[in-house]
Ligand binder design. Sequence first.
Ligand code: NAP
Length: 257
Amino acid sequence: MKDAVIGIIGGTGGMGRWFARLLRKEGYKVHVCGRKTRLKISDLAGSCNVIVVAVPIAATAEVIRQVGPLMSADSLLMDLTSLKKEPVELMLSCSRAEIIGCHPLFGPQLSDVRGQNVVLCPARGDKWLSWLKVILERKGLIVIEKAPEEHDEMMAIVQVLNHLNTISFGLALAAAGIDLTEINKLSTPIFQTKMEIVKKVFTENPGLYTDIIAQNPAAMNMLDLYEKALADIRALVNSGDGTQLKEAMEQAAKKLF
Ligand SMILES: NC(=O)c1ccc[n+]([C@@H]2O[C@H](COP(=O)([O-])OP(=O)(O)OC[C@H]3O[C@@H](n4cnc5c(N)ncnc54)[C@H](OP(=O)(O)O)[C@@H]3O)[C@@H](O)[C@H]2O)c1
């Protein structure tokens, strides 16, 4: 695959730029486009045999519909979207190309990705799969192959439940009307760590997190679980001195660890 020429749609943004840098370091020619670049999606499709879709989740379907039909059967169409079922199905139905769904389980700010996980959902063909795996593994990434549905189910926990927790903490904190400077003077290490996560989610790219929640079909189930957990905590705290809450936590710990 030495002749691979890669086009990254969304290659001017966070993950697209990260992937472009990685591939250029491997010696490949990489072209990028966004909505404002001189190169357009059709230019990339005309000159590249690998197309990577790395646009925001809400724009992914529209971009796949545009680029998919322009690609030949011996080329590769892949995406970096945080959800996999809908993009992979759409890539399969819109294009004759080989198809791989890809989800790096980290953000573009991470300077050293060694030891981090990346999920691949190979969906059509195997000519490009080993090429991609070798590149990712050479960077020290741990490649995990999963079916798109299974990936999205797991992301309901790893991302949806996780970010719901961060968002509810941040919203409650804002509603409490506290002076953060005063609170920070008394902060504990755990509080500082939590505040760093809240700051990242609320200020760096809030649209990414809201898309990850809103577009996952299991989001409502996770909200139900979360609401029930909060209602249970309220009832347990109300009912006494905290002993029952401690018992509930001990039971959960037995299940979890
Ligand atoms: N950030 C993360 O932590 C992370 C981690 C793993 C996976 N992902 C996935 O990576 C993808 C990109 O996320 P990101 O955080 O990198 O987003 P981002 O920083 O906002 O970058 C999005 C890119 O897409 C371009 N773009 C937006 N709408 C477009 C359209 N309609 N047509 C063509 N280009 C368009 C943007 O350029 P213009 O605005 O100039 O058009 C930009 O280059 C998402 O699917 C996300 O789920 C993100």
